[in-house]
Design a protein around this ligand. Structure first.
Ligand code: ADP
Ligand code: ADP
Length: 223
């Protein structure tokens, strides 16, 4: 369970991107829905300890993540909105390299990790191809594979379906839903359909404030 208590963030230009956010996020896939500029990326970066909020506290299974971001990072998988792509590197080599960076030193363990992930995200057949040649959907599935290295139990995906065609989008969301059975997955999106079918819980953020929180079937019927 991830818990945010009275979290606010004011940028140096005075923009209040998060305004007293209090939110409990249980295990499973959680949708964070909001229009552009609502504060989704700020919230994701804050939970991912890439930035420190102006005020408030955040705990993950009791761990104070602002006091101990290093411990949180060992348990975190993050797919940022602007995930960089490495042109001439194959999917296999890139994952292998990232596994080294994550501290998986043993060659055998790394091979197992990389092979399992490539199969899980359905990129085994293209593992030797350069990521640069991948479609949007393949890149996002690659992004999920890199986020899953080291078995994180908190996974953050920021606007992952932007630019995906419907088939790729469904494939990607179903992959996330399968992952989310055992861990906390936070999916940020401005697309209602992304959260409606697959997220048991969701919140709506507007201008830095949580406007609604609950099960999509209750919230979306009302609006
Ligand atoms: P989103 O697509 O989530 O709305 P933005 O386009 O607002 O994201 O932001 C893209 C990047 O630019 C982010 O890294 C963000 O930190 C930065 N950024 C956004 N707005 C500003 C701003 N007013 N001043 C400085 N940096 C900004
Ligand atoms: P979203 O991801 O929902 O589009 P963001 O978190 O990117 O929203 O942005 C929330 C607000 O904060 C916007 O008004 C944006 O311009 C502003 N913002 C984002 N990043 C920065 C930044 N680095 N510096 C200043 N303002 C920012």
């Amino acid at each position: 369970m991830l818990e945010l208590n009275n979290v606010s963030h004011v940028y140096s230009n005075g923009v209040r991107a998060l305004d007293d956010v209090t939110l409990s996020i249980p295990k499973g896939m959680f949708g964070l829905l909001g229009p552009n500029g609502a504060g989704k990326s700020t919230l994701m970066r804050t939970v991912g300890t890439l930035q420190t909020p102006t005020s408030g506290s955040i705990t993950f299974d009791g761990l104070d993540i602002l006091q101990d971001p290093e411990t949180l990072r060992k348990r975190l998988g993050y797919l940022p909105q602007d995930f960089g792509v490495y042109p001439r590197v194959s999917a296999y080599d890139m994952l292998d390299h990232m596994a080294v960076l994550k501290g998986i030193a043993g060659k055998g363990e790394r091979k197992d990790t990389v092979e399992t992930l490539l199969n899980q995200v359905n990129l085994w057949d293209v593992r030797k191809k350069a990521i640069a040649g991948f479609s949007g959907g393949m890149r996002q599935r690659f992004g999920i594979a890199q986020a899953l290295i080291g078995n994180p139990d908190l996974i953050i995906v920021d606007e992952p379906t932007a630019g995906l065609d419907p088939e790729e989008r469904n494939r990607f969301l179903n992959l996330l839903a399968a992952i989310g059975e055992n861990v906390v997955v936070i999916l940020s999106t401005h697309i209602v359909e992304d959260v409606a079918d697959l997220c048991p819980r969701m919140a709506v953020i507007v201008q830095g404030s949580i406007e609604l929180e609950g099960a999509p079937k209750d919230l979306i019927e009302k609006s």
